[in-house]
Design a protein around this ligand. Sequence first.
Ligand SMILES: N[C@@H](CCC(=O)N[C@@H](CS)C(=O)NCC(=O)O)C(=O)O
Length: 210
Amino acid sequence: MMTEELVLYTNPLSRGRIARWMLEEVGVPYRTEILGFGTTMKADGYKAVNPMGKVPTIVHGNDVVTECAAICAYLADAFPEAGLAPPPAERANYYRWLFFAAGPVEASVSNRALGFEVPKDRERMIGYGTYADVINTLEKAVEANPYIAGDRFTAADVYVGAQLGWGMQFGTIEKRPAFERYFGRLASRAAAIRANEKDNAAAAELQSAG
Ligand SMILES: N[C@@H](CCC(=O)N[C@@H](CS)C(=O)NCC(=O)O)C(=O)O
């Protein structure tokens, strides 16, 4: 069987770390292309792949996937032998929390980090409502089961976990015991550790290159 090439376009100091972690969970070979902020990331060649000029992007054969949450879901489906997506009939929590993290969590945490507050009389028209409601809802979700979609680790944990891990590390999401317990289960995974080591090495290389 011919194997299609799998390429990760990333920068080690970016959300690309999420895609790397997912690739390490899948455990298939892939090539890494490191792009520079404001330089190769905005060059015509890369913008032909991702017009946003942002990372990460994965290219799998002829398929291009951007958006970390989509990359996690795509890879779980493209490599079913890794067992990272629940069976289709059992995907309620999987879809629900994957999309909740990519939409309401991402938007509310980013806006709050920038000091933007939704005016009280506009909360109804904003998809996330309030940061407080989003974070309280997320807390209930991670407390309900060992993993976000149920008893087993899935691609949704990579994305939800990465949002929580980064958020707590950079202080944009408060450290609640339930978040720390959940993220602790994920951070100790061999693939997560391997992904971090690879990106830390790539970051050190960028730094020494000036
Ligand atoms: N919605 C995208 C966000 C990607 C994104 O914003 N990446 C940032 C790095 S964390 C980036 O590439 N910034 C460079 C730029 O905008 O020039 C995703 O979820 O993957």
